[in-house]
Design a protein around this ligand. Structure first.
Ligand code: SF4
Ligand code: SF4
Ligand code: FES
Length: 365
């Protein structure tokens, strides 16, 4: 069968994957071509936003004419290649690899609140029936629970040295806040001089947490709600903090927002968030949050009122100020979180309503 997934690849070099012929474009890896064919090759060190690393070897496939299996995420497709993605010997190799990796890890079933990709290893261990603890001996990674930062748990006994955290920090965030020290069983994800994250270049964007496939890096704030009995529900929405419009999944248990995860396919952010979108959602359910308008009374106290009464009082106040000090005494500041329609209405309100150009938004003011 000839596969023609779209006109871009309807001619040119081709490879055969599990008996199906597919065209590819120069530079594509076997993994990328196989993905277009809906082949589910397992990966652990792969994140499609990052340069392929080739560290875990879980994505190995068999290529005709090549004696050893090759990593499909780093091997470029070449014309005429014949590839098998899941012959029994490869599947067995993957299972053994997973047993090696999971034998190192204290907990192969982390809480899903840990991070977006935190279930990747556990899902593969379950799928392949890999035995945890089959291989005994030295283990790498020492957890750093002393790091007092309020956001990121650093539980490196769960680390499988995929380096996704280090690479996302460098390649996506451009921060280079974390790196890899030592090699082999002494491998350790660390900061410069092994200081706390707060003393590093970390901006607490959370991307390392969300790409970690084992929960070794985890969302401390979300995990505080791990014991709540309700199911985790994810609701796709847009981060309200600024005008970029990052897609975000708010995680709730019952009526409580317990965490946030970036939408990996979000058109504006593609899995990225900043510290505010990632970790600072507490204001939504904070007890000090105003839920109704307040009017200041003559004695200086505030009285809670309905919106109609509040709007009338505000209109009177504006009219008083304009009558006494002129139209330029009024100055409007629109919210940078507001959508276009609301921003337009605000400038119309100030310009047409009061006859002044004194209008700005909080991103500049
Ligand atoms: S939170 Fe962001 S900046 Fe900090 S270490 Fe992780 S990826 Fe780097
Ligand atoms: S902390 Fe997580 S993302 Fe980083 S190397 Fe270890 S397993 Fe991979
Ligand atoms: S996913 Fe290819 S080597 Fe890890």
């Amino acid at each position: 069968m000839i596969n023609e997934p779209n006109s871009t690849f309807a001619s040119g070099p081709s490879i055969k994957i599990d008996g199906e012929t597919i065209f590819f474009s120069e530079g594509e890896t076997i993994y990328e071509v196989a993905k277009r064919l809906q082949k589910n090759i397992p990966t652990l060190c792969y994140d499609e936003r990052l340069e392929a690393f080739g560290g875990c070897r879980l994505c190995v496939v068999s290529v005709e004419g090549i004696r050893n299996p090759v990593a499909s995420c780093t091997t470029k497709a070449t014309d005429g290649m014949v590839v098998q993605t899941a012959p029994p010997e490869i599947e067995k190799m993957r299972r053994t690899l997973l047993e090696l990796v999971s034998s190192e890890n204290r907990d192969t079933q982390p809480n899903p609140l840990s991070g977006f990709a935190s279930q990747e290893l556990s899902a593969l261990v379950n799928k392949y029936g890999a035995r945890n603890g089959r291989f005994q001996g030295a283990k790498s990674g020492t957890s750093n629970f002393k790091d007092a930062n309020p956001f990121i748990l650093r539980d490196y006994e769960q680390c499988i040295s995929c380096y996704r955290c280090v690479r996302v920090c460098a390649e996506q965030e451009g921060d280079y806040a974390i790196s890899v020290a030592n090699r082999g069983f002494k491998t350790q994800i660390t900061t410069e001089f092994d200081h706390d994250l707060r003393d590093s270049d970390c901006t607490f964007c959370g991307q390392c947490v969300q790409t970690c496939p084992t929960g070794a890096l985890a969302d401390k704030k979300a995990l505080r709600s791990a014991e709540l009995p309700e199911e985790i529900k994810k609701t796709r929405t847009v981060c309200p903090y600024c005008a970029v419009g990052c897609s975000i999944d708010l995680m709730t248990k019952g009526n409580k927002i317990v965490g946030a995860q970036p939408a990996m396919k979000g058109p504006a952010n593609k899995g990225a968030l900043c510290i505010k979108g990632q970790f600072t959602f507490d204001f939504i359910q904070h007890e000090d949050r105003l839920k109704k308008p307040l009017i200041k009374q003559a004695d200086g106290t505030f009285k809670e009122v309905e919106w109609d009464e509040a709007l009338k009082a505000a209109a009177k106040g504006f009219a008083r100020a304009k009558a006494k000090y002129g139209r330029h005494s009024v100055y409007g500041i629109a919210s940078g979180r507001a959508p276009h329609e609301a921003a337009y209405t605000m400038q119309k309100f100030i310009r047409a309503g009061f006859g002044t150009h004194h209008i700005d938004n909080c991103s500049r003011a």
